[in-house]
Design a protein around this ligand. Structure first.
Ligand code: VG1
Ligand code: CO
Length: 544
């Protein structure tokens, strides 16, 4: 194998955000941009000579080309085996599972998740460590520091690999194995859920389902598992073929982007369960006939019912949620007397808690739920969880949700996103919020009396690491909260996220529109952050 050391110059801004490095494809296509970042990752890792690396992505534009380049850099850096998903495809949770199952050293996942794809859209790359989870900030900081001074990368002069053909190829000391992207993951799902019960419930017609793969990675997974293994009709998986540009849509599972699904679920004769996933298959949206389940509620309901699922029959050791996720989960944890951890946004903060056995289940308000079966959030897993739940409880999704609210109360919740704000304006908003923190406590705004106002800081209870500046929180005496933070996944300007929640114990008041109930908080949020005033916008781009 001929290995070359190629001279390069550093690029600015190769700083991984909430979930890897995400940039416009055009930026990734600059000479040596990808090469620099991949070599910076390898330069920051130790003792991987001869070990295996998992490679795959969500199939978006540039996926195949990038993989061929990465294969050559990994070969030149001395990995012993590269395990690649067929067609270059691996969903994020499947990649996590494969790293764990084959005890790989780590993996590179190529995805910009829910961001759109295509020549003028987004690409991304993320490194996951040997537990299958995203690299912690200690690693990602090291990658970034290295990228600022990198002066060369290694490159093996080998032929392109046939990514479509399953099997192994040996090139001197390097084995390259192309695997079925779905098989290992499907087997894992079978070990967690009651597939016999699901098959019966589907074949008897008790459960009907509709899954929207959004022309992204979960198409092949959903077809194999839901259709081939569980017997759902082929029409129950829509947009099932992964496309390089996701058909021109955002592969983001919410009511706005999964509109075909939303229409069907709120029509007459809607299926029992409707669900969607995102670009890389780690997110999930759950709906039932005539009902949308907010991700925060979904997480709480899953925790409250986990003992009904075979893999979690013994109960949960603990649970965790990202800070902006609603407190519905905390109520379930208190009821079952198990710990509930509050972490910063992003899956990387759950890894240590899962590894240490401190939690079994965790999730985020951004349509992400997962458990100790992998170290990523997992879209199809969540769909199977809900299917299993509906099959065991023999209740509709709406009844399950309403019963949950009756028992625990309802945390009425929503998120407002202001996308692509000019960065200086966004920074000004954060500075303005920060400057008010010392004087906010005890102030009252109508019914709302501020209990605390701070900037969230997290100390990892396993390794003691501290992550600061993880969002601004304003908590009120009545349990309501407003949270402000800037997104770490966008590629244009800055995105301000405003998270709002209010607890309602009285079940007579549960069936209200969130935007109406939260109106006072929405007005107060503007008073505090001035996003409309400072940007001249009339309202958020997206409400979830
Ligand atoms: C967003 C979500 C966060 C999620 C992250 C990655 O991050 O808020 O909860 O973990 O996306 O999800 P941010 O920094 O933009 O708020 V995914 O499906 O893009 O891997
Ligand atoms: Co994703």
């Amino acid at each position: 194998m001929q290995i070359e050391t190629i001279t390069t110059h550093p690029y600015e801004g190769q700083n991984p955000g909430t979930s890897g490095l995400r940039k416009k494809v055009k930026i990734f296509q600059q000479p040596a941009y990808l090469e620099n970042f991949v070599q910076s990752i390898f330069d920051s890792l130790e003792n991987f000579t001869g070990k295996s690396l998992v490679l795959g992505g969500d199939g978006r534009y540039f996926n195949r080309l990038a993989l061929q380049t990465i294969i050559k850099i990994a070969a030149a850096n001395g990995f012993g085996e590269l395990i690649v998903g067929q067609g270059g495809l691996l969903s994020t949770p499947a990649a996590s599972h494969i790293i764990r199952k084959y005890q790989a050293f780590g993996g590179l996942i190529l995805s910009a998740s829910h961001n759109p794809g295509g020549p003028d859209e987004d690409f991304g790359i993320k490194y996951n460590v040997s537990n299958g989870g995203p690299a912690s900030e200690t690693y990602t900081d090291a990658f970034y520091q290295r990228s600022l001074v990198i002066d060369s990368y290694k490159y093996a002069r080998i032929d392109d690999i046939d990514l479509d053909c399953i099997g192994s190829k040996q090139i001197e000391g390097l084995k390259i194995t192309v695997i079925d992207s779905v098989a290992d993951y499907a087997e894992l799902m079978q070990s967690i859920f009651d597939f016999n019960l699901l098959k019966q419930s589907i074949s008897s017609g008790y459960i009907s389902l509709l899954f929207d793969a959004m022309s992204a990675i979960t198409g092949p997974y959903a077809k194999r598992i839901l259709v081939d293994m569980l017997g759902a009709s082929p029409e129950s998986v829509i947009n099932a073929v992964p496309l390089e540009d996701f058909g021109g849509h955002h592969p983001d599972p919410n009511l706005a982007h999964a509109h075909e699904l939303a229409e069907r679920m709120f029509s007459d004769n809607a299926p029992t369960l409707g669900a969607a996933s995102d670009g890389d298959g780690d997110r999930n949206m759950i709906t039932g006939s005539q009902i949308f389940v907010t991700p925060s509620d979904s997480l709480a309901i899953m925790a409250a019912n986990a003992h009904l699922i075979p893999a979690y029959a013994k109960g949960l050791s603990g649970v965790a949620r990202s800070m902006p996720t609603s407190q519905a989960l905390d109520r379930v944890a208190a009821y079952y007397n198990i710990p509930c951890y509050e972490t910063p946004t992003g899956w990387k903060f759950f890894g240590n808690l899962l590894d240490a056995g401190k939690i079994t289940l965790c999730g985020e308000e951004s349509f992400g739920t997962g458990s100790d079966h992998v170290r990523e959030k997992d879209g199809l897993w969540a769909v199977l969880f809900w299917l299993n739940l509906v099959a065991v409880r023999r209740q509709s999704v709406a009844d399950i949700v309403h019963e949950h609210w009756q028992k625990f109360g309802r945390d009425i919740y929503c998120r407002h996103d202001y996308e692509a704000i000019e960065t200086p304006i966004a920074n000004g908003i954060v500075e303005h919020l920060r400057s008010q923190l010392p004087t906010l406590a005890k102030q009252s705004f109508g019914d709302y009396v501020v209990k605390f106002a701070d900037e969230f800081s997290y100390e990892d209870s396993v390794d003691g690491s501290v992550s600061r500046n993880q969002g601004i929180r304003v908590g009120f005496e009545n349990g309501s909260r407003i949270v402000f933070r800037l997104s770490g996944t966008g590629t244009v300007g800055a995105t301000l996220r405003i998270y709002l929640e209010r607890f309602e114990a009285d079940s007579a008041l549960h069936d209200q529109e969130a935007q109406v109930v939260l109106n006072d908080l929405i007005i107060l949020a503007e008073q505090l952050c001035e996003v409309k005033k400072r940007t001249g916008r009339a309202g958020p781009n997206i409400i979830t």
